[in-house]
Design a protein around this ligand. Structure first.
Ligand code: PGA
Length: 249
């Protein structure tokens, strides 16, 4: 059975009390479906509250938006993978385009963070995707493959199957302009081919970038998509529940 992943990236929204209230509403609005899982990525301060609020639901899970690659030490402001795990995280985003663009995160950083996540038994959700300039220059596939190779080149097949790839074209994030299902599928196929060549053809590949109630059914009708990573449209628990509920499955 295809088990779809619906990942909610709350970015810099929803403190601990707000996260608890959100998840209370979400849990009552969204009844479990065996063919889908819903993961929440709250800000670090809300991680423990979110993890606690989903603890009794096997289909729901909380994860970190970012981790540092070191396990501990003098890194003011940073959260390590073991610390996120202590707060209840089961997964972490790695290399989100906002981290890359606004915080100067490099390909090498994504390699170290992916390794740190795997070492702490967190599922890394590695975000890859091209900018508008890269797309217009025809560089989409080389950019995505460079990002994959940099972050995952040294990860062996068994561990690679635990990773999730989120293809998020930068020009589609927060812009209201999503990739068409065909655009996304083309890149997903290339990502899958890269993974298969590294012994992990079953690794899940999800799409992100302006996913909404309006386009979710059309996007998930494309079998190349194993789910979605959603920012803006995940911030309201009622409409997010509706989005997960009504999506084709
Ligand atoms: P968006 O964000 O759904 O608001 O475009 C997606 C993301 O950044 O993961």
């Amino acid at each position: 059975m295809r088990r779809l992943l619906f990942a909610a990236n709350w970015k810099m929204h929803l403190g601990p009390a707000e996260a608890r209230a959100y998840l209370k509403t979400f849990r009552t609005r969204y009844r479990r479906h065996d063919d889908r899982a819903v993961w929440f990525f709250p800000p670090a301060v809300s991680l423990e509250a979110a993890a606690e609020a989903v603890r009794e639901r096997e289909d729901l899970l909380a994860g970190a938006q970012d981790i540092h690659w070191e396990a501990k030490g003098a890194f003011t402001g940073a959260v390590s993978a073991p610390l996120a795990a202590q707060a209840g995280a089961k997964a972490t985003l790695v290399g989100h385009s906002e981290r890359r663009q606004l915080f100067g995160e490099t390909d090498e950083d994504t390699r170290k963070k992916t390794a740190a996540a795997l070492a702490a038994s967190l599922v890394p959700v590695l975000c890859v995707g091209e900018t508008l300039a890269e797309r217009e220059a025809g560089h989409t596939l080389p950019v995505v493959k460079r990002q994959l190779a940099a972050a995952l080149g040294g990860v062996e097949g068994g561990a690679l199957r635990r990773v999730i790839i989120a293809y998020e074209p930068v020009w589609a994030i927060g812009t209201g302009r999503n990739a068409t299902p065909q655009d996304a599928a083309l890149v997903h196929r290339e990502i899958r081919a890269w993974l298969a060549a590294h012994g992990a053809g079953e690794t899940r590949v999800v799409y992100g970038g302006s996913v909404s109630l309006k386009n979710i059914a059309e996007l998930l009708a494309e079998p190349e998509l194993d789910g979605v990573l959603v920012g803006g449209a995940s911030l309201n628990p009622e409409s997010w529940a509706e989005l997960v509920q009504t999506a084709a499955g």
